[in-house]
Write a protein that binds this ligand. Sequence first.
Ligand code: GLC
Length: 636
Amino acid sequence: MKAQLRILVLVLNLGALLLLIAPAAAQTDIYRDASQPIEARIDDLLARMTLEEKIGQMTLVAEDSLDPQAVFDYFIGGVLSGGNDEPNVNTPEGWLEMVTEFQDAALDTRLGIPLIYGIDAVHGHNNVIGATIFPHNIGLGATRNAELVEQIGAATAAEMMATGIYWNYAPALPVVQDVRWGRTYESFGENTALVTELGIAYQRGLQGDPLMVLATPKHYLGDGGTTWGTSPFGASNIDRGDTQIDEAGLRELYLPPYIEAVNSGALSIMVSFSSWNGVPMHAHDYMVNEVLKGELGFMGFVVSDWQGIDLVAPDYYQAVVMSINAGVDMNMVPYEFRQFINTMNRAVENGDISLERIDDAVRRILRAKFAVGLFDRPTGDGATLDVVGSEEHRALARQAVSESLVLLKNEGALPLSADAATIFVAGNAADDIGMQSGGWTISWQGASGDITPGTTIFEAITATAGANTHVVFERLGRFDSFQDASGNPAMADYGIVVVGEEPYAEFEGDNGRLALTRGDLTTIERVRAQSDKLIIIVVSGRPLVITDQLQVADAVAAAWLPGTEGQGVADVLFGATPFTGTLPFTWMRSVDQLPFDFANLPTEGCDAPLFPYGYGLTYENSESEWLDLAETCSAG
Ligand code: GLC
């Protein structure tokens, strides 16, 4: 009997012990339980977190500045790949493996809070070799096609998710007022309504429904309105400068995209390097705390830009205190994360940053992480890796390229005839994937050359030309070896010169001249001399000064930065698809006209721009008084 009793007592004690543990396990379930309301999951998790764990969530570190062990040791909440960061092997599999290693370290921490991995997939999953590279936003602006832009956002999200990345530092929402800015191509245009419509279409596509990828509308606020010469990079720069405008103007020109972004469910917003009337946006308590979080009701988190906090004040401690108290919730450190964490601890100990402020920031970060599904799907499973650079996405990009082309002039040259005997193709950007993709492609600044799989414009022309058409490429336009029967230089039916800007990003692209290169001008002259019809294609991140070349050519088209699918250019040049694009930016006659006074823009005489916002010819209508004016003004 006694033995049975002893067994019964043992079983009862074991049961009690289980009951003791069970509530703890059940209590742990709340933040891990996907069926619970997000706010309840946040409350439960926040109540469990130490200060160290909370500050870790506010810390965003570049992947080449830490290892997975540091993620575990410091409870790091975010890791990013900057424009130049990539895994040891730059393949979709290599990206998934790298991201998963960081995530596994975060999941191994005491509370297992997943980190969020961020990247600038600003025109496709553009750090990844083999990904679909879509036209940059300036080209999408020329399409005016919100449905297409939404599809591009969705395709980009699919390629990102295949590699286990659920946070995109896009869309950029600058309403660019001065095209001398190196980030003009990241903008949908100079018009607030256009930027709002297309930027939010992209955001919707990227986010998905239900929310799968975090969009990051950027850079709040007024990044596209800075004044030339106010940049910290010097008198010949504009990037990260000062936006000098009154509050009414700031709100009218730059705030609408963010109002719609918040209303469309944005849960992370990146604050701008730039300043408003001398006050850095990274420390702008009124615009971030009162307007964005208060008036607009933004419930997500504000992330700094790359070392953006450091620029706020000479003293790092003060810079951190000012920025965090102004409403920055997560610091893209991105290098010296230990210094940031130590500084935050000191600021809390000193009472310069309150625990309430910390909890508010962490609550916002957790809200985004729960909403995007990170706690329930923290990594990719590799099942969709073949979507990266898929034919379906490349076809979508090809459509976008065609719709982005803007016909500026056409006097009996286009469409190209399939019966042509000879087509000369020349120019720096004619046979170069890197040139036609621009910055933020495989590397931060981008690079000319064969940097990722795609179709160059020359390859596309060759593939589309008639079976009996001889297409010849010579980058510098030296076709004098082509001679007729009497030994004179032979004339081609068409000479196509694809001129362009070497790739650039951010301040590296600030440019006060916006001129074609000497080489491209010489190439144009050479090809002009040997072609019945001269066509100039401009591959650039913004309008360039082509006033003189407009008179020399029979046809001119803007192709912007089309990305990997150059076939979209040939489709339109041969008439398979029509020209439908219209200018997202006013095109200057000379740089002396910049910055435009849009409120008082002349519409006649040689002080008028070369082409206005919204200009674009078609195959049916190639007449325009703007061309007549250009000819008059050029004749002097
Ligand atoms: C850059 C850019 C920002 C980008 C971030 C991370 O400096 O200003 O647009 O998202 O750093 O690469």
